[in-house]
Design a protein around this ligand. Structure first.
Ligand code: SF4
Length: 200
């Protein structure tokens, strides 16, 4: 066991599968991560809940604390898209700002995000947002490059039985997914079974 005192780090977490590899690396580097789920870009709400439940399972497996805030906000993303603002830049800034605020008010000197494991995300924009927010809130942003471990992390998620999504998150990305019909059917089924459970 290491004698080094683990440093607290707030890990903004988009989903369970993307947390696998970063958490492994952070623990190996003697960090003590807290998982922070703030993702209003995950739409619709039934998908937000599905990814959250998968992350809860991961939190139980790893015995790491998990904090969740907010909910799905489809309307806000549709407004951004129609206003011509770069929606992905907005998405990263919105999520990381909330994480930075939480880190600042809860005594985390460092924060980072699982988005840095994905080869499908825009790393430059994420780092730019993270560094800007770190300066604003007097924090450090850990700009790790976890992309080489992406496939390993996905395999770990498979072994842990975590739900692995097939679109980025917002309703626009769902519309662009080649799996959209299948995913929408799954959403309908989930909504029906939730309604049934409520009414029984
Ligand atoms: S595509 Fe992904 S990163 Fe871009 S706005 Fe949608 S959810 Fe956010």
């Amino acid at each position: 066991m290491s004698n080094i005192q683990a440093e607290k780090i707030l890990l903004h977490t988009c989903c369970g599968p993307c947390a696998e590899y970063p958490v492994q690396e952070l623990l190996a580097a003697d960090y003590a991560p807290t998982l922070y789920y703030f993702n209003p870009n995950i739409q619709p709400q039934v998908e937000w809940q599905r990814r959250y439940e998968s992350l809860q399972k991961f939190s139980e497996i790893t015995d790491l604390p998990l904090i969740a805030e907010g909910s799905s906000e489809t309307g806000r993303w549709l407004e951004i898209e129609s206003s011509g603002i770069d929606r992905c830049r907005y998405c990263y800034e919105t999520r990381l700002e909330k994480a930075a605020q939480f880190a600042h008010s809860h005594g985390f000197p460092v924060f980072t995000t699982t988005l840095l494991v994905s080869p499908y995300q825009q790393r430059d924009l994420i780092i730019e947002a993270g560094r800007k927010l770190a300066a604003k809130y007097g924090l450090e942003f850990l700009a790790a490059d976890w992309r080489p471990g992406y496939r390993q992390g996905q395999q770990m998620a498979r072994e842990h039985g975590l739900y692995r999504q097939r679109y980025c998150g917002c309703i626009i990305s769902l519309g662009e997914s080649s799996f959209k019909d299948k995913i929408k059917k799954e959403h309908d089924q989930l909504i029906r079974s939730l309604d049934k459970a409520k009414n029984s």
